[in-house]
Design a protein around this ligand. Structure first.
Ligand code: UD1
Length: 457
């Protein structure tokens, strides 16, 4: 695994980020190149973040493997260090030692940069009987409340007060132990399922989470907790049963491959009419994405249990997509498919049902010549034969991936600003694309991006 531009944990000192430099950097892409070859898929960001929080449950050292080198992973590491966790990173292996966590308060300035850090509330409460975590607030894709997390913890006996933007949670009584409960989630929230599952691992008695999220990252967290001695059944289905145990123990665990990164590269193949192979992947995690690629006309072949090959069509065609909780089509792949459908023959409709503000890439794709109209949570896409390279701005993580894909397929040069979004979630994206033959590079930003250009059009 290559070392990324993100963080390595070599000491317990807070890491510094290259955020300001990356904020002003620009990605230049010269479109129209055919890609070919093989892509190595990194570990799943959304698993890594929650498993790192899960390590707080364990009073002994835990080792996570296949941890991607990403800005978000670095931020989660800083939050854990602020809570007293010792972290050490070597390559893609992260060692976490939460034996002496004393601090129950997560610092606002760190939590506000990473919504996933709210997850620490579950393990902190389970382990210490007290947790003080700032409300994460909204983010680029919507308001993203935490009411389901809070109500579930209350059902398990936690007292929760929200004061001045801080969620103060504690467990009454000498044992400071949460109690097992039957919890029905109004919506199968991934975050709430993960928070409650972690909290329940050390609770007194049995917890049943009904209408639980079924995402692979939830199952990965359950497998990690089970490797530490937790008793969890049904993760990956809509009913999860957790029998609380008094304590967990050390483990060595490898994170699943990133299904969103894999899906993004499959779309890169389809949109540039290029044959690509990827591994490692878990093809079952990509069922909805593969179905939609096939609807567009591409073939996706399972060459080996952990390896996929994309064979493009002669001409991509329209299809409709609705984002849904897993196993439905993932909201994290919506923007990338928007870029693909913008260049596919016919009319498509994409309906975003999970987040209310996750269609901001439409305006940027239209700047490149796409014909997309927004009506509420629906994007009506009239396929065009060609996009033209243009300066665009990434508005969130997956939107930035969509703009990269559009840039790879477009005529001429695209320049993308707002790369801090991209660096949150794609490990070595430029290097991986360059290896496939794409022409792209990062340059220092300026008011006229072309001045620093080294890519010839
Ligand atoms: C979501 C995605 C997940 C994706 C991640 C990162 C779904 C169901 N979840 O997970 O696959 O990897 O974003 O992009 O697609 N909600 C509440 N109250 C809560 C918690 C959530 O109303 O307490 C709402 C959210 O506002 C949102 C929906 O539930 O509309 C899904 O949220 P949730 O699954 O918790 O989001 P993430 O865990 O971030």
């Amino acid at each position: 695994m290559q070392e990324g531009r993100a963080i390595t944990f070599t000491s317990n000192l807070p890491n510094t980020f290259m955020a300001s430099e990356e904020d002003s950097a620009i990605l230049e892409i010269l479109g129209g190149q055919r890609l070919s070859g093989h892509v190595a898929i990194s570990g799943a960001k959304n698993s890594a973040l929650v498993l790192m929080a899960g390590a707080l449950l364990c009073p002994q050292e835990c080792r996570l493997r296949n941890v991607p080198s990403l800005v978000d992973v670095g931020r989660m590491g800083e939050i854990l260090m602020a809570l007293g966790v010792k972290l050490e990173r070597q390559g893609d292996c992260l060692t976490l030692n939460a034996s002496s966590i004393g601090e129950s308060r997560a610092p606002y300035e760190l939590v506000s940069q990473l919504r996933a850090s709210f997850f620490v509330i579950g393990p902190l409460l389970a382990r210490l009987g007290v947790a003080r975590v700032p409300l994460p607030g909204g983010c680029a894709i919507g308001a993203r409340p935490v009411d389901l997390h809070v109500r579930g913890l209350q059902a398990m006996g936690a007292e929760v007060q929200i004061d001045h933007g801080m969620v103060n949670a504690y467990v009454r009584g000498a044992s400071k132990r949460l109690k097992g409960a039957k919890i029905y989630l109004d919506y199968p929230s991934v975050g709430a399922t993960e928070t409650l599952m972690m909290a329940a691992t050390l609770a007194d008695g049995e917890t049943i989470i009904e209408n639980a999220a079924q995402e692979p990252e939830v199952a990965d967290l359950a497998n990690f907790c089970r490797a530490m001695g937790a008793k969890i059944r049904g993760a990956g289905t809509n009913t999860i049963t957790i029998s609380g145990v008094p304590s967990l123990h050390s483990t060595d665990y490898s994170i699943i491959p990133d299904r969103v990164e894999a899906g993004t590269f499959l779309v890169a193949g389809a949109i540039t009419y290029s044959e690509l192979s990827l591994s490692p992947v878990i093809p079952d995690h990509l069922t909805a994405v593969i179905a939609k690629l096939q609807a567009v006309g591409a073939q996706v072949i399972t060459e080996a249990p952990n390896r996929l090959r994309l064979i493009p069509s002669d001409r991509n065609r329209a299809t409709d997509i609705e984002t849904l909780p897993y196993p439905g089509f993932p909201t994290d792949m919506q923007a990338q498919f928007m870029a693909l459908l913008a260049l596919s023959e016919g009319n498509s409709v994409i309906t975003e049902t999970v987040f209310e503000n996750r269609l901001r890439h439409v305006a940027e794709l239209n700047r490149m010549g796409a014909n997309i109209r927004l009506k509420g949570c629906n994007a009506i896409i009239r396929g065009v034969p060609m996009l033209s390279g243009a300066p665009v701005v990434a508005t969130d993580l997956r939107a930035s991936a969509a703009l990269v894909l559009a840039g790879l397929a477009a005529n001429g040069k695209t320049t993308i600003q707002g790369l801090h979004h991209l660096d949150r979630g794609y490990e070595q994206l430029e290097a991986k694309l360059q290896k496939l033959g794409a022409r792209l590079q990062r340059v220092k930003g300026s008011s006229d991006a072309g001045n620093n250009s080294a890519l010839e059009t």
